[in-house]
Design a protein around this ligand. Structure first.
Ligand code: MG
Length: 459
């Protein structure tokens, strides 16, 4: 990864200080992400073909395990087709909020490698580690350490590509993936690092469609010129290429074929909020019912918040009426909080400020103004130790730190026994009980009439 720049006139070449290194970009891509999270949460699924996506008649596959890929199941395939190819598949509707939570945990770890993290969706990111490499070694060892950390901390596999551009890093991560051959799943190398001098050899055999910017239309035009691989493209006279696809695209493609890609890694606008909202089957008028729904939304939103390792200062309640007009009410607290008790009290007061008599179609709550979990933990400690011991059954605790302990315990129980194990007291026995099931209907309705989709991203 080290590339020495020629010494300037009159300057003696020095080891280290005078060197200029090539950019080092990592592309981290979780393997079969949604499906792997399902297997993680339910070990009985281990080794089975698991397909996540819309379970209704018009649903599509969002993700599937490699065991399902053996049967020819692929993402974006109609679910009906997936079921036909693999009747024994375990088909799950997907839990978007859970995936967002895991994504938050992933991004916390990526952010510890470098602040230059550009997330793509929930389970992919580019990292510019040029700076980190200067301090701690080469891209490959960084990638291997990161991959091991993700496996240890999250229990999930990812593939990492290393290159001096986004293009090469992305293609390298594809090469690092497990593959399916016949009825077998072959583990991939996990990390593929393409050194600058290996770029041409790595890129040339790839299909030209692997290059970004080659969509189906351009692909067809190139095919007419006999261009199938990156090598074909690189060897095409530039004039011929520009006549076929236009001068701008032609120049871009010729560059990409030579591995030239200057696109920078653009650090994320961090997640700005986590939230939950629900669209009701019928407009709701009764404030008691609305407050009960709110409790459920707050409960789910604060859980996302805690799992992502955040505390929030701002609470926003959104109310959309039957005629689609909408109001929002926000309040910012002096100190960040992460418990349903503190944030839910604010949310309830905000809801009280809204006249709901004309019927509420949608209710939402979002939490923003994040501080790291460390800040929340510090606050908890500064409020006193031994919070957990002070929580006794039958005596509702009131101090915020006690509520933090309760919230953490509830998260624990739910992780072990499922969402229905613990529900807020206000919900127990009311309209079917259960904690809000989150994220259904993400890939087409699964048959639950009223529930809208959960929204929110961990980080
Ligand atoms: Mg992925």
């Amino acid at each position: 990864m080290v590339e020495a720049s020629p010494p300037a006139v009159g300057e003696r070449p020095r080891e280290g200080a005078g060197r200029r290194r090539a950019r080092v970009v990592l592309h981290v891509d979780m393997d079969a992400f949604f499906a792997s999270v399902e297997v993680l949460d339910d070990p009985r699924l281990l080794g089975r073909p698991v397909v996540v996506g819309g379970t209704g008649p018009r649903g599509v596959v969002a993700a599937c395990t490699y065991e399902a890929r053996v049967f020819g199941v692929r993402s974006a395939m109609p679910m009906a087709e997936a079921r036909r190819r693999c009747p024994e598949a375990v088909v799950l509707p997907g839990r978007y909020t859970r995936y967002a939570e895991v994504s938050g945990a992933l991004h916390l770890r990526l952010g510890q490698v470098t602040p230059l993290v550009e997330g793509i969706g929930l389970d992919e990111a580019f990292l510019d580690v040029s700076g980190a490499c200067r301090d701690t070694g080469d891209g490959r060892s960084l990638a291997e350490a990161l991959r091991a950390r993700i496996a240890d901390d999250l229990g999930l596999a990812c593939s990492v590509g290393v290159g001096r551009s986004k293009l090469v890093a992305k293609l390298a991560s594809v090469a690092a993936k497990p593959t399916v051959q016949g009825a077998m799943v072959l583990p991939g190398p996990g990390v593929v690092a393409v050194e600058p001098e290996e770029e041409a050899g790595f890129l040339r055999p790839l299909p030209v469609r692997a290059l970004w910017g080659v969509g189906p239309a351009t692909g067809r035009r190139l095919e007419r010129l006999g261009v199938r691989t990156v090598a074909d493209l690189a060897d095409l006279p530039q004039g011929t290429l520009e006549r076929a696809v236009g001068p701008t695209a032609g120049r871009l493609l010729a560059g990409l074929a030579r591995g030239e890609d200057q696109r920078p890694v653009v650090a994320d606008r961090r997640a700005k909020s986590v939230g939950q909202e629900e669209t009701f089957a019928r407009d709701l008028v009764d404030p008691t019912v609305l407050h009960r729904r709110l409790v459920r939304l707050v409960d789910a939103a604060t859980r996302s918040l805690r799992r992502a390792g955040y505390a929030a200062r701002t609470v926003t309640v959104k109310v959309r009426f039957g005629d689609f007009t909408q109001v929002t009410r926000s309040r910012t607290l002096a100190e960040p909080a992460d418990t349903p008790h503190v944030l839910g009290t604010v949310a309830a007061e905000l809801l009280d400020e809204v006249a709901t008599r004309r019927g509420v179609r949608l209710l939402g709550v979002s939490l923003s103004g994040f501080a790291g979990a460390d800040r929340a933990r510090q606050l908890r400690l500064s409020l006193g130790t031994g919070a957990a011991e002070r929580v006794t059954v039958g005596t509702p605790p009131n101090a915020p730190e006690a509520w933090s302990a309760v919230a953490a315990a509830v998260d624990d129980i739910r992780t072990r026994f499922g969402d229905a194990a613990v529900v807020p007291a206000t919900l127990a026995g009311s309209d079917g009980g259960g904690a809000r099931r989150r994220g259904e209907a993400q890939w087409g309705p699964s048959g639950d009439g009223g529930a809208g989709r959960a929204e929110g991203r961990g980080a």
